[in-house]
Design a protein. Structure first.
Length: 388
């Protein structure tokens, strides 16, 4: 009997294993010996597809002495086939943070903060892929080093890195910590990135990552809304809620992206049923941050989950601006928050909670832990966890 081709065990294989188990459970060895033989053969066949064949030594032959072991192995394998999620119960999700060029000089530290926040859940293995030529954040690169053996060069301007070619296919989700002014990636990297997300990979866009790559059409589709980077009406409309809290799609001419002074501001949940925001307080006070406004873009397949009011007294638009968004791009899921300007902004418990929930959702379509931290901010008091 030949082994199955590569892939998951099919219905016929499961049926065969079930039959083998039924035969193998004969109480009297004199009734049949083919039961234990069929269990052994079937386990070896299916095991070749689940990397379990090494559990059965090649010299092992069915006998009364091994019937119970074979029965146990067969039942265990049936459980793995029937409930494949068990196989990955202890396997972490794989996340990749990409960075290296960002007009926000705190980026070497904020990358390490996001890495820690995700790894603290015990559900993620987080890698970092960084451009060989870095821009900004020079003083923090030594304090928060990336020990990957790559010799890097800090420059006074963002320079293209022809060798920046992460293998996105190895990951469940990618988190971008690039920013305004980042140099374009190699064309093949752009193509691989588009394919990764379109084929079902998750993407997380944080703060200035929505400033990057204004001329990259598919990137604009992925992030929904963006600012700066040459974005104008050609890239899509402004999207916001007006004074009556009604959705506005504004196609008027103008540059995309602006913000007033940094300050604490209230985040208002607009969709309390989405897994990312479900159970969160209707409104909560976010720590000091830049409140992005006048973001514009294709906004296709986009949902606004939460907003913040950009008051004119703080240099804003007097509009409710999107602060938490999701975008469907092909089979992929994108979580986008313009929050997270600096380390003190990312120390906000509200930001940490959203980052973890949003990354969960982008990676899997679900939120694993929907509990609300005891130190989550309230409507009138922000809350931070000092990183170092």
């Amino acid at each position: 009997m030949e082994p199955f081709d590569a892939g998951i065990v099919d219905a016929e294989g499961l049926k065969g294993l079930n039959g083998a188990c039924q035969l193998g459970m004969a109480e009297q060895s004199g009734r049949t010996d083919c039961g234990s033989r069929k269990i052994l053969a079937t386990i070896k066949i299916l095991g070749s597809r689940l990397c379990l064949s090494q559990l059965i030594p090649s010299h092992l032959h069915p006998s009364k002495g091994c019937t119970m072991m074979l029965r146990f192995l067969a039942l265990s394998l049936m459980a793995l086939v029937a409930f494949p999620g068990w196989v990955r119960a202890d396997s972490p999700l794989r996340a990749l943070i990409i960075d290296g060029q960002n007009n926000h000089g705190a980026w070497p530290k904020t990358t390490m903060m996001m890495k820690k926040y995700l790894e603290d859940t015990k559900r993620y293995q987080v890698d970092i892929s960084r451009t060989k030529f870095t821009w900004q954040g020079d003083d923090l690169l030594a304090r928060y080093p990336l020990e990957d053996g790559v010799k890097r060069e800090a420059n006074g301007a963002a320079m293209p890195d022809p060798d920046f070619k992460p293998d996105f296919s190895k990951y469940d989700v990618v988190i971008s910590n690039f920013g305004f002014g980042a140099a374009p990636w190699p064309a093949e990297t752009n193509t691989a990135f588009e394919k990764f997300v379109a084929d079902g990979g998750g993407l997380v866009i944080v703060h200035a990552a929505d400033n990057s790559f204004g001329d990259w059409e598919q990137y604009n589709q992925m992030i929904g809304l963006g600012g700066w980077g040459g974005r104008t009406e050609k890239n899509g409309p402004y999207v916001y809620l007006d004074a009556e809290e009604k959705l506005v799609v504004d196609r008027s001419a103008g540059n995309g992206g602006s913000h007033g002074s940094q300050h604490e501001f209230t985040v208002v949940v607009r969709d309390s049923e989405h897994p990312i925001t479900k159970g969160l307080p209707k409104s909560w006070l976010h720590s000091k941050d830049e409140l992005y406004d006048r973001l514009r873009g294709p906004a296709q397949n986009m949902k606004i989950l939460a907003t913040a009011f950009a008051s004119k007294s703080q240099g804003g638009t007097d509009r409710h601006e999107p602060m938490v968004m999701t975008v469907d791009y092909g089979k992929g899921r994108v979580f986008h928050t313009p929050m997270g300007h600096a380390d003190y902004s990312m120390e906000c418990v509200g930001f940490i909670t959203l980052l973890v929930r949003g990354t969960d959702w982008a990676a899997t379509g679900k939120v694993v832990d929907s509990s609300i931290p005891k130190d989550f901010p309230t409507a009138d008091k922000s809350s931070q966890r000092k990183f170092d």
